[in-house]
Design a binder for this molecule. Structure first.
Ligand SMILES: Nc1ncnc2c1ncn2[C@@H]1O[C@H](COP(=O)(O)OP(=O)(O)O)[C@@H](O)[C@H]1O
Ligand SMILES: [Mg+2]
Length: 271
């Protein structure tokens, strides 16, 4: 049975798609069978990323790893209940079709609350949530009193994840591992960074998530998309050349994958 990982956060631009594609290509490089599912039917950034990669493979005549990719469309049904029924059936049929032939299923979700995103969270063995070092991002996890970090109420995203965690437990009698990844961090120490760290630490105890190291802010992430490339592809094409920034970024990627603690994933020189 495939291990299902959802990249989720009800906020656009936090790094869900970037983390998802890096996880997908890393797992493929480690020799696993990986399926990817795009539930962000408006933006479809993951789908475009993978299509860019396919075009790059053809135009350069090189071979790069590709996942088995699926996109789930929004139902055209006007009646909301009917629409959800149709979307739910399509989703569960897809998962049962692909879960026996793959080691991992990585699901990318939109930065908003949709029926399919909620459903996918309830199916996930792990949810990875990239957040940026800003109290706007922290607010989705928990409402914190400015003068008293001890006073915390759940934020909208925490409440949603909690609800889906309970649904998963009821359906499959299995736990969901919730992982927060700090993305686009600055490499220098500053007061904001330390305050965010303190706040997230409090929230993690209250809402039961783990915090793993993420990626620093690097221009390279914005450039890779056009050719559908990832940090893992350095060396396979001269479009991503090894330099000190790439080496440091790949180090962060390995640390991130290691900290996810996925089943049967032992990092070796292949990444
Ligand atoms: N660590 C990073 N450094 C620099 N840019 C980043 C980083 N992570 C993501 N980005 C850029 O930020 C934007 C949003 O990232 P994306 O993965 O599309 O977020 P989401 O899927 O959550 O909306 C993209 O332009 C992406 O290239
Ligand atoms: Mg996205």
């Amino acid at each position: 049975m495939a291990h299902i990982i959802v990249s989720g956060n009800e906020k656009g631009g936090s790094g869900k798609t970037t983390s998802a594609i890096h996880l997908i290509i890393s797992l493929l490089k480690l020799g696993f069978k990986v399926a990817s599912v795009d539930l962000d039917y408006r933006q479809q950034s993951l789908t475009t990323y993978i299509n860019n990669r396919k075009k790059f493979i053809t135009s350069e005549g090189i071979s790069l790893t590709l996942p088995e990719h699926y996109v789930l469309e929004k139902s055209k049904e006007q009646n909301l209940q009917q629409a959800e029924l149709e979307e739910g059936t399509n989703f569960s049929e897809l998962i049962s079709k692909i879960q026996n032939q793959n080691d991992f299923i990585i699901i990318d979700t939109p930065g908003s609350d949709t029926f399919l995103s909620r459903l996918a969270h309830s199916y996930s063995d792990a949810v990875m949530t990239p957040i940026n070092d800003s109290f706007i991002d922290v607010d989705l996890l928990g409402k914190i009193e400015v003068n008293d970090l001890e006073k915390i109420k759940p934020g909208i995203y925490s409440a949603m994840v909690w609800e889906q965690k309970l649904k998963k437990a009821a359906r499959e009698n299995k736990q969901m591992d919730w992982i927060i990844m700090r993305n686009r961090g600055s490499s220098t120490d500053n007061i904001n960074k330390r305050n965010i760290e303190k706040a997230i630490d409090k929230l993690s105890k209250k809402f039961g998530f783990r915090i793993v190291p993420g990626f620093s802010e690097r221009v390279i992430f914005r450039e890779l998309f056009l050719h559908g490339l990832t940090l893992n592809d350095a060396g396979s094409t001269n479009k991503v050349r090894f330099n000190t920034s790439i080496v440091a970024a790949r180090h962060e990627l390995r640390a991130f994958i290691k900290a996810l603690g996925l089943p049967n994933v032992n990092l070796d020189s292949k990444l």
